[in-house]
Structures are given as structure tokens and as C-alpha cells.
Ligand binder design. Structure first.
Ligand code: ADP
Length: 306
């Protein structure tokens, strides 16, 4: 049994500056980093670092950014058999400027991610059929993601949709009904519902409202406050663990990778959410996206110390 991730892969080019440049201005930064990104890749690496077998279905372009992306995935032991090279496409990139106070500008160029389609689903069918859990996000075309979801569900697997980046016009009821678990943060829940939850109690209300739209399990992530869940037989809030956060980039991706891992290991939902919350919390104590994702030993030691 494995986890399948159907989603985006980018290279992130991050420039660190004293402050952000104004339009038309050229500024010297003091450092830059080239690193693996994209919500699909982040979630794949996060689940893999916890020890799950992970098949990642994605598209890279035919350019110089494809190689370092593959190298980083391989380094973490993600199964690359379904990583496709788009002969006429460009690898997705994010161009990120970060100022000293952590403020940022991000320009995202989806490239080959935006060409993912039914042919990628067809190629991945055997992996999807044996996946116990499928992780989806909103950085590749939704129609293809839903095709992958249908295969996984028809073979008894669980589909987790992270509705990120925030869907501008919300998500249709058909989409909510095509997945098993949805995991918006407060902004994403706000766009789906028309009002934004701020507290854990409001998060629980938001989760209930999302359930009423047809998804079996709604988890609303509220950053350092924690999360709320509404599911059959379970309505509760789980306050966040206390950690010294230094970088919250990809906390949500580490959370979703952790949730998939815990469910694949057959943990009950409430326990799996606590495990995922530990993954999210630990990821904020280190810099970076996949680099900050904890290992299984990290999470076990952290939970044992609570
Ligand atoms: P996203 O990155 O999608 O916005 P969140 O920031 O809500 O996701 O993080 C997901 C989960 O990770 C939270 O529900 C919480 O359990 C945990 N988490 C995130 N930030 C912190 C933090 N600063 N301290 C402790 N836990 C955190």
C-alpha cells in the first residue's frame, strides 16, 4: 500500500533582500537559494520523510530546471517512475523575493504543471489503483485531479484535497463530493464559505458548513491556533502544539503529508490529525519547504515529549 500524490512541482528561486524592491527599482540582495517547491512536491517529500512509499505523478519541462528538481526528489526516495518530461514544456518556477522581516513577493509560472491532463491519469492508473491515500492540491488542472480521485476511490482509497492556492470563486459542490477529506486553511475556507473563520470555535463552524456541502471530513487549519474537524462521529478542535516558529512556509504541506502517512498507517482520524499537527508544528521550527519537513523519528520524539 502506498501514498500517491498527483500535483505540482516547481523550482523556487528565492532572493533574500534587506527590503523588497519598489516597481522599477533594482536592489542588491545578499543571497539566493534554488530549491524544490510546488505543493505536490512538498507533500510528496513530507510523506516520504515519514517513511511512506510515495508515488508522485507530475510533469517537468524540458529545461535546465528539471534536473535539480528530479535530483531533490530522488534524494528523498520519492518514486519517480511517473514523473513525466514534457518535451515542449517549461518546468514550473516560483520567483520569490524575501525582505528582512519575512515579507515577500512571489511570481508563480505554472509551466508544465498547467498541462497535466487525462493522459497523466491514464499512465498512473496502476499506481492510483493501489494507493491507500491520494493527495491533491489546486496547482494542476482540477479536471485531471478529479480523474485521479475517481480511480483511487473506486479501489477503496481515501482522497485528501488541499484547496490551495485559495480557489478564487470557491469550489463547486461536485468537487467537495468527489473527495473524502478537505483541508483548507482559514483563507481558503473563507473563499469557499464567504466568511473567514478566525478562532478555533469559528473553525469548527466552518468545518460543519463544509460538511453540509457534501464532503465527509472537513479539516480547517488555523496556523498557530491549531485546527478544527467535522467528520462522521467526530466534531472537535485540536489546539496547536507550542513550538518556536521561525518559518511557516509549507506548514500546511507538511501537515497534509503527515495526515496521509498517519491514515496510511491506519491511525484513527483524531489521532492522525494530532500526528499531522505535530508535523506542521515541527516544520515551522526550520527554514524551507521540504527541507523543513520532519522525519518519523522527529515526530515520534516530539509527541513522546508532550
Ligand atoms: P497552511 O500552510 O496551509 O496555511 P497552517 O499554517 O494552518 O497551514 O498549518 C497547518 C497546521 O500546522 C496547523 O493547523 C497547526 O496544527 C500546525 N501549525 C502551523 N503553524 C504552526 C505554529 N506556528 N505553531 C504550531 N503549530 C503550527
Amino acid at each position: 500500500m502506498t501514498i500517491a500524490v498527483f500535483g505540482s512541482i516547481n523550482m523556487d528561486v528565492t532572493a533574500y533582500m534587506r527590503r523588497l524592491p519598489k516597481p522599477g527599482e533594482t536592489l542588491h540582495g545578499h543571497e539566493y537559494k534554488l530549491g524544490l517547491g510546488g505543493k505536490g512536491a512538498n507533500q510528496a517529500v513530507a510523506a516520504r520523510k515519514l517513511g511512506s512509499e510515495v508515488a508522485f505523478i507530475c510533469r517537468l519541462g524540458n529545461d535546465d530546471f528539471a534536473k535539480p528538481a528530479e535530483r531533490e526528489l530522488a534524494l528523498h526516495g520519492v518514486d519517480m517512475a511517473l514523473v513525466r518530461h514534457d518535451e515542449t514544456g517549461a518546468t514550473g518556477i516560483a520567483i520569490i523575493n524575501v525582505g528582512e522581516a519575512g515579507e515577500n513577493y512571489i511570481s508563480l509560472i505554472g509551466g508544465s504543471n498547467l498541462r497535466v491532463d487525462a493522459s497523466d491519469v491514464a499512465r498512473a492508473r496502476p499506481a492510483l489503483e493501489k494507493a491507500r491515500v491520494l493527495l491533491l492540491q489546486l496547482e494542476v488542472p482540477l479536471a485531471a485531479s478529479l480523474g485521479a480521485a475517481a480511480i483511487v476511490r473506486s479501489h477503496g482509497g481515501t482522497v485528501i484535497l488541499d484547496p490551495a492556492p485559495a480557489p478564487e470563486g470557491g469550489l463547486a459542490a461536485e468537487v467537495l463530493q468527489a473527495v473524502d477529506i478537505i483541508t483548507p486553511n482559514e483563507t481558503e475556507a473563507g473563499l469557499m464559505l464567504g466568511w473567514q473563520p478566525e478562532t478555533l470555535a469559528q473553525g469548527l463552524q466552518a468545518a460543519r458548513e463544509l460538511r453540509a456541502r457534501g464532503v465527509a471530513v472537513a479539516v480547517v487549519k488555523l496556523g498557530a491556533k491549531g485546527l478544527a474537524v467535522a467528520a462522521p462521529g467526530l466534531e472537535t478542535v485540536i489546539p496547536a502544539f507550542t513550538v518556536k516558529a521561525i518559518d511557516t512556509v509549507a506548514a500546511g504541506d507538511c501537515f497534509n503529508g503527515g495526515l496521509a502517512h498517519a491514515l496510511e498507517q491506519c491511525q484513527a482520524l483524531e489521532q492522525a490529525l494530532r500526528y499531522a499537527a505535530a508535523c506542521g508544528a515541527l516544520s515551522t521550527t526550520k527554514k524551507g519547504a521540504s527541507a523543513a519537513a520532519p522525519t518519523r523519528a522527529d515526530v515520534e520524539a516530539f509527541l513522546a515529549a508532550q
